[in-house]
Ligand binder design. Structure first.
Ligand SMILES: Cc1cc2nc3c(=O)[nH]c(=O)nc-3n(C[C@H](O)[C@H](O)[C@H](O)COP(=O)(O)OP(=O)(O)OC[C@H]3O[C@@H](n4cnc5c(N)ncnc54)[C@H](O)[C@@H]3O)c2cc1C
Length: 187
């Protein structure tokens, strides 16, 4: 049983996964590596002068794994609610989780297939997005969404930040108090 299953391993998903795993939550990251970020060259990511998309994606996945997230290179195909938990079915197996975060980039077909409410997107070339509240909750209780699929501006720093934001909201809900993750530089 995972605490959190995250579907999509681009900047939004890997960022969410590194936060949840670092917080000690048993985290599953499901990704089929068909995202848009591999095609990008980022010169506008605060704090990093320049980074190519493949390096960003691979480093993000490694960071999440280093904190304990389990990465499976599979395609999520279905999601079923069983009381308080979920079963995610992929082309490689079934996984149980208490919470789910959708970070599927430009595609909302998985969300639509499982009956989650979507709406028209407003960002260029993003036709549909998952309908989320300000915290990232979708129309299905226990399922959250972040990044491009949740309608934020299509820039890596924003999608990564949104993944972190939604992860912190999920961790806070699980813990019953607001969560902060700060490491301190030794003087
Ligand atoms: C050509 C190009 C140039 C760009 N240049 C810049 C730039 O200069 N600066 C900038 O800030 N941004 C740039 N961007 C935008 C940037 O890449 C995105 O804003 C951001 O990285 C998207 O992150 P994401 O995690 O939401 O989506 P993605 O990176 O698309 O990740 C989504 C992931 O979910 C996976 N997935 C989807 N469905 C499933 C499923 N059912 N099962 C398993 N996995 C699934 C996909 O395979 C993918 O790995 C560019 C984009 C493009 C296309």
């Amino acid at each position: 049983m995972f605490d959190i299953a995250i579907i999509g391993g681009g900047p939004a998903g890997a960022s969410a996964a590194l936060y949840t795993a670092k917080a000690g939550k048993k985290t599953l990251l499901i990704d089929n590596d068909k995202g848009m970020t591999r095609r990008a060259l980022m010169k506008n990511y605060y704090g990093i002068e320049e980074i190519d998309g493949p390096t960003m994606v691979d480093t993000g996945l490694k960071q999440a794994e280093n904190f304990g997230a389990i990465l499976v290179k599979e395609t999520a195909q279905n999601l079923k609610q069983n009381g308080d938990t979920f079963t995610v079915t992929t082309d490689g197996g079934n996984y149980e989780a208490k919470y789910v975060i959708l970070t599927t980039g430009a595609s909302v077909s998985f969300a639509e297939d499982i009956g989650i409410k979507t709406k028209d997107g407003i960002e260029p070339r993003i036709k549909k997005v998952v309908d989320v509240d300000a915290d990232g909750r979708t129309s299905m209780e226990g399922v959250w969404a972040a990044g491009t699929c949740a309608g934020v501006s299509v820039h890596a720093i924003i999608t990564a930040g949104d993944g972190a934001k939604v992860a912190i909201n999920v961790i806070s809900e699980m813990n019953g108090e607001r969560y902060v993750d700060h490491d301190i530089l030794e003087s």
